[in-house]
Design a protein around this ligand. Structure first.
Ligand code: AMP
Length: 280
């Protein structure tokens, strides 16, 4: 495994690999790696010849400096994990200045209307920040196959849209959400949960499954009320939003239809957890 911190070095190494006919797989992460990240890595290793993993906590996608400061960082641990899971990987772990040179003018990305709903509506500028870093990383990694988690389904949709416009040489793949044995979606933020909130958090997925089971018969409105009541019943968790939207354009729907998903964001104290599940 090699660890690189400079963009020029990534170019040099990948160009050499491509010249020898290798297909490049790319998995961008913000580190604090868990089995969800590893499932993307395993998928990338299956589908390509050479793997690039980036570890970079992207400041432009955070809405507050407090959230950015408390985001878990554990590079040494991550590298140990990668050494055993992907011994031949190239790891790109740059400093902030390498990705955002001082005085650089920020681009504004056309994200369709995909960033107007759900996470985008609650976290202004978040997806512009995601687009900025993914644009920079795709400039380095492409042509390649890039792997993203369905855990962040809206992000995946936005990256597909963005890649189609700005990076046609990057094929974007979605990978299903990995969960803990009690159903909680794996997330780097889970390690910020106190034991009390961690014990309560599985009620989110349990309530999502109940929603998915009942929505055809009982309708969206009733099931949303049931969802909120069930998640909040012990007074610990607070639902920020819960809604049904179309897979294809993320447009919210009020009456049940096929090819839709249930999406939610829930506060466990000051830790914000997001999740989604297919209703098809
Ligand atoms: P992050 O480090 O949180 O920015 O995530 C990096 C990538 O891993 C993103 O494409 C996420 O959607 C994906 N990811 C995070 N958690 C999971 C999970 N539980 N299952 C599958 N993919 C995940």
């Amino acid at each position: 495994m090699i660890v690189i911190s400079k963009k020029t070095e990534v170019h040099t190494v990948l160009d050499k690999k491509r010249q020898s006919g290798s297909a490049i797989g790319f998995v961008p992460t913000m580190g604090a790696l868990h089995d969800g990240h590893l499932s993307l890595i395993r998928e990338a290793m299956r589908a390509t010849d050479e793997l690039l993993v980036s570890i970079f906590v992207n400041p432009t996608q955070f809405n507050s400096s407090a959230d950015l400061d408390k985001y878990p960082r554990q590079l040494e641990n991550d590298l140990l994990l990668l050494k055993s899971a992907a011994p031949h990987a190239m790891v790109f772990a740059p400093e902030v200045e390498e990705m955002y040179p001082p005085k650089e003018v920020r681009k504004a990305y056309d994200l369709g209307e995909l960033d107007a709903v759900m996470e985008g509506a609650r976290r202004p500028g978040h997806f512009q920040g995601v687009a900025a870093i993914v644009d920079k990383l795709f400039q380095l990694s492409g042509p390649c196959k890039a792997f993203f988690g369905e855990k962040d389904f809206q992000q995946l949709a936005i990256i597909r849209h963005m890649a189609a416009q700005y990076h046609p040489n990057v094929d974007v793949y979605g990978v299903p959400t990995r969960r803990e044995s009690d159903g909680l979606a794996m997330s780097s933020r889970n390690m910020l949960l106190t034991p009390v909130f961690r014990a309560e958090a599985p009620v989110i997925y349990q309530s999502m499954l109940r929603f998915a089971r009942n929505v055809r018969q009982e309708g969206i409105e009733t099931c949303l009320k049931e969802f909120v009541a069930s998640v909040e019943k012990n007074g610990l968790l607070k639902v920020e939003y819960a809604e049904v939207a179309r897979n294809k354009d993320l447009k919210p729907v009020k009456e049940f239809e096929d090819d839709t998903r249930f999406f939610t964001a829930v506060f466990a104290g000051d830790v914000r957890l997001i999740d989604n599940v297919s209703l098809s």
